[in-house]
Design a protein around this ligand. Structure first.
Ligand code: HPA
Length: 238
């Protein structure tokens, strides 16, 4: 393991961060999860306001930390957690835009794998394919936890995009049809690439926050509440 603290996480001792970390994009959502669901949450990171907390859930130690938006940001935080703090499992819990009318707002998605046009994995390690799988064992545990909680899950490929605002909005249809992606987000490809190269585990649970097909969207207040289903699944599997 590499020396600590790292440039972006100020924790000076091993054992402060749990083996399993839930990663929402928004650090304030990490705070909300810690304060709502964890017993005795203790904040371990303030650097750049990228808050991280460790507490217990049903007696098990677990951490939750923001990833920021986009592959460069989650690429930095997940690498430091895996490589310097001995983290084994990272479960991203985020939002996504639906690419098909088969998905409704608030549906919960489990990424089997992700397709991306990003150069992240190529630059990071020389990996030159455009699809990376989630860790099968984590996904199996997530599917089991969702079934126990009776929360429907839709499993499939997602698009991990480098761009939120495309000039040619309709291009998403080509990505959906050519690569079989049902929704879009902006982080999983870098997370899965880091897990793969470092021999760690990664998964990605998403809640549909908007639809590129219908134009429907949720407000930020609605999201805060609706996303609890996904958080419960992630906590239960951990
Ligand atoms: N595009 C990219 N990422 C997203 C979206 C989107 O429409 N919605 C939520 N995350």
């Amino acid at each position: 393991m590499n020396s600590i603290p790292t440039p972006h996480i100020e924790v000076k001792e091993q054992g402060v961060i749990a083996e399993t970390v839930l990663m929402p994009g928004d650090p304030l959502r990490a705070k909300f999860i810690a304060e709502t669901f964890l017993e005795n949450p203790v904040k371990f990171n303030n650097v750049r306001n990228m808050f991280g907390y460790t507490g217990t859930y049903k007696g098990k130690k677990i951490s939750v930390m923001g990833s920021g938006m986009g592959m460069p940001s989650i690429g930095i935080y997940s690498y430091e957690l895996y490589n310097s703090y001995g983290v084994q499992n990272i479960i991203r819990i985020g939002s996504c835009g639906a690419y098909t009318d088969q998905l409704d707002l608030y549906d919960v998605i489990l990424a089997s794998d992700c397709w991306s046009e990003s150069s992240y994995a190529k630059v990071q390690s020389g990996y030159d394919k455009d699809v990376i799988e989630a860790t099968a064992e984590l996904n199996e545990r997530i599917i089991k936890a969702a079934a126990e909680l009776e929360i429907p899950l839709k499993e499939g490929r997602i698009h991990s995009s480098d761009v939120f605002y495309r000039e040619k909005f309709e291009e998403f249809e080509g990505i959906r049809d050519e690569h079989g992606c049902m929704a879009v987000e902006m982080e999983s490809f870098a997370l899965f690439a880091n897990a793969k190269i470092l021999g760690k585990n990664a998964a990605c649970l998403l809640t549909v926050s908007d639809s590129l097909v219908s134009g429907e969207a949720t407000t930020s207040e609605e999201r805060q509440l609706a996303f609890t289903k996904m958080m419960e699944i992630a906590l239960e599997m951990a």
